[in-house]
Write a protein of this length. Structure first.
Length: 75
């Protein structure tokens, strides 16, 4: 036996996959403190203002948009 766990037999769409924020079960909850902080950092760099009362899903989408706009996170 190779000693590897059964995790490698788990379908990719069920384990550690990147889900669309619209499909998150907690997407309607208020954004986290970490999201808020990063969002404001990116917005400042992009010269934009962001809404204060975003959901987790909305914040995630805006972060992705601003990361693209600022070039952060791109290889």
């Amino acid at each position: 036996m190779s000693g590897k766990s059964d995790k490698q037999n788990t379908p990719r769409d069920q384990s550690n996959s990147i889900k669309d924020p619209d499909d998150w079960t907690t997407g309607e909850e208020p954004m986290t403190g970490a999201q808020e902080s990063y969002l404001h950092t990116l917005a400042t760099e992009a010269g934009e203002e962001v809404e204060e009362e975003l959901t987790k899903a909305e914040a995630s989408k805006k972060i992705d948009e601003l990361r693209h706009k600022t070039g952060r996170g791109e290889s």
